[in-house]
Ligand binder design. Sequence first.
Ligand code: PGA
Ligand code: ZN
Length: 834
Amino acid sequence: MSKNIIKNTHRLATSQARCDALAIAEAGLQAIDTQTVLRNSVELDGTVMRVAGQRFDLAHYDHTYVIGFGKAACTAAFTLEQILIDRVKEGAVVGLSERVCQTIDTYAGTHPMPSAQNYTATKHIEEVAHRAKENDLVLVIVSGGGSALLCSSMGECDQGQKLFNAFLSSGGTIEELNTVRKHISHLKGGGLAKVLYPATVVSLIFSDVPGGDLSAVASGPTCYDDSTVEEAQAIIDRYDLGQFNLNETPKDLTYFKRVHNIPIVSNMTALTAMQAAAWTLGYQTDIVSATQYATAGDTVELLQTEPAAGSVRLMGGETKVTVPPGNTGIGGRNGQLALSMLPRLQPGQVFVSLASDGYDNTDTAGAIVDQQTAATATTLGLSMTKYAAAFDSYPFFTAVGDHIDTGVLDSNVSDLLLLLTPKVATATDVITDITAKVIKDSRGNSTISVTVIAGEHAGTFAVPSGASTGAREVSVVPASAAATIVQNAIRSALVGMLVTDQAAIDQKLRTLGGDASLSGVGGNAAIGVSVAACKAAAAAQGLPVHAYIADLFGHQSQAPAPRLLVNLINGGAHAKVGSSIQEHQIIPDTDDVAAAHVAAVAVQQTLHQLLLQDFAPKQVTIGDEGGFVIPSVGIDTPFMYVKAAIEQTNTVVPILMGADMAASSFYNKGEYELEGKRLVAGELQTLYRSLHTQFPQLQLVEDPFVEHDYAAFACYQAAQPAVTCIGDDLTTTNKASLQKAITAGAVTGIIIKPNQIGTLSDTLATMQLAYDHGVRCIVSHRSGETMDDFIADLAYGTKCYGLKAGAPNQPERAAKYDRLLSITNYNTYDNQSN
Ligand code: PGA
Ligand code: ZN
């Protein structure tokens, strides 16, 4: 599978319909990729070159030359040379950026305004053309943009510039512009065919002109032109364009006898590929037309005429946007069209408008719009009608975030439009019921287990809870109240919704929640429903949960599989006695989950032996997360035991140490109360420095300071650049808090706990921000856990840096490790029993 051309798919694909629309658009762009197109249509078999079914035996010609012009020309020349392996004697092409070729010279010219570079390049092209004799073959690459890039004299360049400027505000059509262009040039309108005669000419035409008029592409240098000087002059007079030196185009048909004009890609190439992609995704499709130059209003009308449910309507061409003089709006015709379509969209419909060369008059290719776009605009206080009236689509889509980005492409088949009308939901896709019950967690506290049912599929999530909770975590309501809320308010709001539309489900939960803390329903109720819906959707799609999440998260990755952060000694809020530090962990430094698990279990066993050598058995107890709890002796004591256990266990994989200081839990009125000492932030920094000197393998440290002190985190991170300083209470899986932490330089890692933020979508949004900034994500359990194993799927589906799931033996923790092991297909227990 080739690389995605649309670069921001994962950001834009927030619903199933958007995901499908983007996949269809992507298929269109892939199909017109210049290299793909050439490799599909030109092949060399011995000495025989086949071009779209026609045969040319290169052995029959003395020499083969390549000339070309237009946006695709340089990449096409480069690819042609590769296909024809050493058979091109010489060549010259002009495009927008050079490519290093063997025998063909490539030039970067300017478009749409011709310039001196275009003239220099054209001179070279003409020299090559003149060298071609009767027994030679000339391959001519003709592609969009060629009208401006090919100009045979400085005079023509000047005339071309003048003509283009005069035309911009004239109201004339592009056909009229091209008619005049053919008559101010010696190469266009068949002029090049005359220069090349009597050589054999094969023109490979990359058409950017909907409707298939080959003579319109780059003003038809190898095509017979039936317009006359008089017609060109009439156009000049009609629009009062000024003075131009016109010449007649060649009318002697002899010049065209040995010319083969072969269209190799057009707007229809993209549209048919899009049609096939839509069909594969289960949509009915129709290509409405590939008309040129309809107005935005006409296009909207055409697309919106009786769209059927479960259909994708496709259209190609160019929308004509007439911008009044003096207008200062920024944007291209695709952005403008998307803005015009926005108020006309029906619920669930998605519209995409895209410039196939990736350049919609601005640095974006176009936009994707649906009701989510409208909702975001409303939240931001942006009026779509005002922006449309001001021809100012670029700032609008920048603000709402619905631009499609591809970067500038060398393909160009004019614009691609698609209107997707969603399928009528079938019984298995729709939420039919939601239930909840109260269960006990690992601490014996009540929590809820939620089941979302969609026809014959269901997903259940049993919600965990924290003890050292961050102050900014979403609200938690008592379990029995949460169960009631799920079965009433949430159930009635969600039944009937598409279970696969995670974004819409989570948006509904947020609306019901009412505020950032989701206090209207309780964050525990919200996350229960959000994750249960995700599991039901995965079941409905026949996917493992991690695969469904990978789709939702755009298959991004920080690691092939998460590293295990295994908690071996508990303290702080997770133990009745013992160290003030909440967790002492080991991290087998490998993405081989099975090897990591084996190593962790081995170190845990060694540690147990070591502790029993120094303490009475009843002094070694078990904490909330299944780790050992030992009497508090000194800050560095647990670290020494962990270090000794690592050293005394013969593990194959290297093992790092980690700690969750959970410093908020020993912070009191400006001081940190640690093993009987009272320290201010600076003193705690000093203590950490000496810990790092003593234990260089301590490389992951979580919450070293109180949850509001971003500056202390930043100072610590700066002093320990090799250490991954991880935010948990500091960031609470909250995107805004993570942004603040990134800006402050406070962290290079973040703990991800879905129940801190209340919905899966928000969890993934925070992870997205982390991925964008190279911040390591560690998906984590809570100290009050259930047997649910969802976090293993979340960690694997997002391919994040780590999974923190407690000690390996407590059943609620083992469930997570087992799940990850079975996902990664190495079940250590099976291996051990063999
Ligand atoms: P909690 O602790 O689940 O009790 O909040 C876990 C942690 O702080 O990482
Ligand atoms: Zn923590």
